[in-house]
Design a protein around this ligand. Sequence first.
Ligand code: CU
Length: 205
Amino acid sequence: MFATLATVFLFAPAVLSHGIITVPPSRAIGPAITTACGQAITSAIKSDNTSYVEQLTKIASSDNKFDRAACNLYLCKGLQFSDNSANVQTWKAGDVVPVKIWLRIPHEGIANVSIVSTKQNKLVGDFLKIWTKAYAPGKSEQDVPLEQRDFSVTVPSGLETTCANAGDCVLQWWWLGTAAKQTYESCVDFKIAASGPYRGLEFNA
Ligand SMILES: [Cu+2]
């Protein structure tokens, strides 16, 4: 009985809260994240794929297989493109993309959705969505306004070069529970479709 309780407490932090993009499908674990981030990180995300970055950072600090250069926990929680290369969305400018967030347990704070260049871990263009306060209030998912967890974003123009190749850019949902001091990130891999074959002719005509 004590062993069972101990186990429950040991894993309790992993099941306290949290969130992830469920639509479109977001980055998941695979062999590459274990190579980059170590088995402890893979196991933690496997047991709770809605966990937060600060917790993963703590876990990484006690795993000597964690490779700081290869695993940036503040970019998609260290989840790797090569584990997700079969799961890439193809969009073009102006596409309206439905996004669903599973807010398993809320923490009130701030959030945004943006395009991030993965090589530089830098925002590309403007936020597609931004909540500067009152994001994810309450105690259960039902307390969170629907438009904070079920919304759409419009694919901006100007990404045709930067995001031409899968893996170069992600759609990132970022959430900080300001009181909880917990950061959540979830990433969707995408590429921008090449322009249609007649478009250049139309513009030149
Ligand atoms: Cu939490």
